[in-house]
Design a protein around this ligand. Structure first.
Ligand SMILES: Nc1ncnc2c1ncn2[C@@H]1O[C@H](COP(=O)(O)OP(=O)(O)OP(=O)(O)O)[C@@H](O)[C@H]1O
Length: 232
């Protein structure tokens, strides 16, 4: 479970996020949508512990700032940032050891194969394309075996095969009871993926729906209805 209570963030005098509260239950896939400047990245970075903020963020039963929360939480940033001098495999090993993850060798091999990184295991971080870096970043997050995972624009720069795999992985995570939150502009990429959606505008959540509530209504229609036609 991911729970945000009264989250506020100011940059100087400007209020970027104003008393926002929402939660994503266990095993559910949440998506965070909103026009440019709505405050999505500010929320994501607050959850990931990269910004100072006021309010409470809870990861499972732990406050997000506690070590117990950090151990069960993984974050895929919008811009992958890898160690230049570690190979693909070493990135995964590093995370496995740092988190004391119970991921098995077989699971690592399977994950690297799914993201077409198996034959690139010995490439260094600085020898990878942007898309490959993104895939390594995703694999590092999966290596944690998190209970809560946050993905910021995860499909940007990925090829169609990687997008397909990522969607499948996200669905599998949900089935395993992992809580997922995806921030994205690419409505078509998450159309068939989400369980609960949150739409932000000007620092507030202006609407939230569960899949059950909207039936077959498509995500585009819902989004534009709520934002009055502004581009995502
Ligand atoms: N480092 C910063 N310093 C000052 N203002 C900032 C900073 N980062 C964001 N802002 C402001 O906070 C508001 C919310 O920005 P944020 O990046 O969270 O929006 P967003 O919804 O992620 O937008 P986008 O879809 O364009 O990524 C905007 O008005 C933005 O100008």
């Amino acid at each position: 479970m991911l729970q945000i209570n009264n989250l506020s963030k100011k940059y100087g005098k400007q209020i970027a996020v104003d008393q926002v509260s929402f939660s994503v239950p266990d095993g559910r896939i949440g998506i965070l949508l909103g026009p440019n400047g709505a405050g999505k990245s500010t929320i994501i970075k607050s959850i990931a512990g990269l910004l100072r903020y006021s309010g409470n963020i809870q990861i499972q039963e732990f406050p997000a700032k506690q070590m117990e929360a950090k151990r069960i939480f993984a974050y895929v940033p919008e811009m992958p940032s890898l160690f230049e001098a570690l190979t693909v495999r070493e990135h995964v090993e590093y995370i496995r050891k740092a988190y004391g993850s119970k991921i098995t060798e077989e699971e690592i091999t399977d994950m690297l194969e799914r993201f077409e990184l198996a034959d690139k295991q010995d490439k260094m971080g600085n020898e990878l394309s942007k898309g490959m870096m993104q895939k390594v970043s995703i694999c590092c997050a999966l290596t944690v075996k998190p209970r809560v995972i946050l993905l910021d624009e995860p499909m940007v720069g990925l090829d169609p095969k990687a997008i397909k795999e990522l969607k499948e992985v996200v669905r599998e995570l949900g089935q395993q009871g992992v809580t997922v939150l995806i921030s994205t502009h690419m409505l078509e990429m998450v159309e068939d993926l989400w369980d609960i959606m949150f739409v932000m505008e000007k620092g507030h959540i202006i609407g939230s729906y569960t899949r059950e509530e909207v039936g077959d209504k498509d995500l585009d229609a819902l989004f534009f209805e709520m934002t009055g036609g502004e581009e995502s």
